[in-house]
Ligand binder design. Structure first.
Ligand code: EPU
Length: 419
């Protein structure tokens, strides 16, 4: 298994380009199952999760081509199977996103039930309850969701809690259902909006994406189209934190600052200077020491849970006490133990991590446990005294395109060592 070796203590400087958003690309790849024609998707990030989704579509019989700059074409007209096997779903929970499209277009789907994962139990009950309310017949047996439906029927769905992929799955299912579906308490994440925009380009009738009430009027069919994935706000935020922690000065291109207001506000509170245009963000940290910040994660437009671990790392070296409360997932503090091994002072009380900033972290061999936790360990490595070794970095490859190359371009001393 590959590992990363990071020599800490270098201020990041320079410019890099932000990749397409993983969490928009995954549902949009699933949405290709709805198209009666070829879908051409650009700004696709080159990530492990994307390759897994492509393998999943390929195993179903879809024809896929990968062009220059990761422009991906998918033709789902030649699909043979409506099956998402355990060996793929197990490695990527987002595979559940094929359930809604398969069911609404082909009337059947066999999808492995995703198991728990490092950050929490992550059930999919709301996906299933929504599809059942639309008339699907769902059985869970042998670890698989076996679903059949004649044409799904539009209905009024009130979501018990805000779920991103749940909203996406049901929105996709509703595009070809008979009649009108209303999803209330819908997720407002920018990736939900990006998926809706792509579906609208394919011919779907969707209103209200980006608000908590999405109205979808079912149509008889959707067509192939071209679509460009929006920039990754979490990748953007991660590099901004890296710059702030190393007291550097970097510029990120091809991003959208408007998607990161909660994150930019906390960076500002920590003492960083930010300058934005519509598609760039420049960050400078001139002060001697960052200030610790307090954070409470919540669904968009609140502070994203996917940026929590990175800010925990920031707080570890900042002046003062910071509190980080995780309210979306029940077990998303796996990075804390590793950061403590580097000398961080962190106390966990319930779902809150209380940090007392130290002036220096010290390098140590570390173990990555999930995607964003791994990112926080890389950030800690960038400022630690000595050479930090981050093991099991396949987690990072799921969500950060060529992280060592991008950080090297910003001057970091980081290298991948094959294991
Ligand atoms: N939940 C239920 N029942 C459901 C669905 C969700 O109880 O049927 C609970 C979850 O257990 C969790 C909360 O609702 O406590 C919110 O989970 P959500 O469904 O919104 O998460 P998700 O859709 O599985 C997506 C992202 C995650 C991101 C979360 C929250 C994708 C592919 N994944 O997951 O991204 O953390 O939304 O914003 O979009 C990551 O990129 O590192 C990542 C984990």
């Amino acid at each position: 298994m590959d590992k990363l070796i990071i020599q800490g203590g270098i201020k990041l400087q320079g410019e890099i380009r932000i990749s397409g958003a993983k969490n928009a690309a995954l549902p949009i790849l699933a949405a290709t199952l709805l198209a009666d024609g070829v879908m051409t998707i650009s700004n696709m990030p080159h990530l492990h999760d994307i390759t897994t989704t492509m393998e999943l579509l390929g195993r179903m019989g879809c024809e896929l081509t990968v062009g220059e700059k990761m422009v991906i074409q998918v033709d789902s007209r030649v699909i043979r199977e409506f099956f998402a096997p355990y060996d793929l779903v197990r490695t990527m929970r987002a595979s559940i996103l094929v359930l809604g499209p398969l069911l609404t277009r082909f009337g059947r789907a066999d999808v492995s039930l995703p198991g728990g994962c490092a950050i929490g139990s992550r059930p999919v009950n709301l996906h299933l309850e929504g599809l059942a309310a639309m008339g699907a017949n769902l059985q869970v047996e042998g670890g698989y969701i076996r679903a059949v439906a004649n044409r799904l029927k539009g209905c009024d769905l009130v979501m018990d809690l805000v779920t991103v992929t749940g909203t996406e799955n049901l929105m996709m299912a509703a595009t070809m259902a008979k009649g009108v579906t209303v999803i209330r308490n819908a997720a407002r994440e920018p990736e939900v909006v990006d998926l809706a925009n792509c579906l609208i380009k394919m011919g779907a009738k969707i209103e209200g994406a980006g608000t908590d009430t999405i109205r979808i009027e079912g149509v008889d069919g959707l067509t192939g189209t071209e679509y460009e994935i929006l920039p990754d706000r979490i990748e953007t935020g991660t590099y901004l934190v890296a710059a702030a922690m190393t007291r550097g000065h970097i510029k990120l291109k091809n991003t959208q600052p408007a998607l990161l207001e909660a994150v930019l506000a906390k960076l500002h509170d920590s003492g960083a200077e930010l300058t934005t245009t519509e598609s760039t963000i420049e960050i400078k940290m001139n002060k001697e020491r960052l200030r610790a910040v307090s954070i409470h994660t919540s669904p968009y437009p609140g502070f994203p849970t996917d940026m929590q671990a990175q800010f925990t790392a920031l707080n570890c070296i900042a002046e003062g006490t910071g509190t980080i409360t995780e309210s979306v997932f029940e077990n998303r503090f796996m990075h804390v133990q590793e950061l403590q091994r580097m000398g961080a002072q962190i106390k966990i009380e319930g779902n809150t991590a209380i940090t007392s900033g130290v002036s220096k972290l010290k390098s140590a061999p570390l173990m990555a446990t999930d995607l964003r936790a791994s990112a926080s360990l890389v950030l800690a490595g960038l400022v630690a005294e000595g050479a930090t070794e981050v093991n099991r970095i396949y987690h990072i490859d799921r969500g950060y395109e060529t992280i060592e190359e991008k950080l090297s371009n910003l001057g970091a001393q980081i290298r991948r060592v094959p294991g």
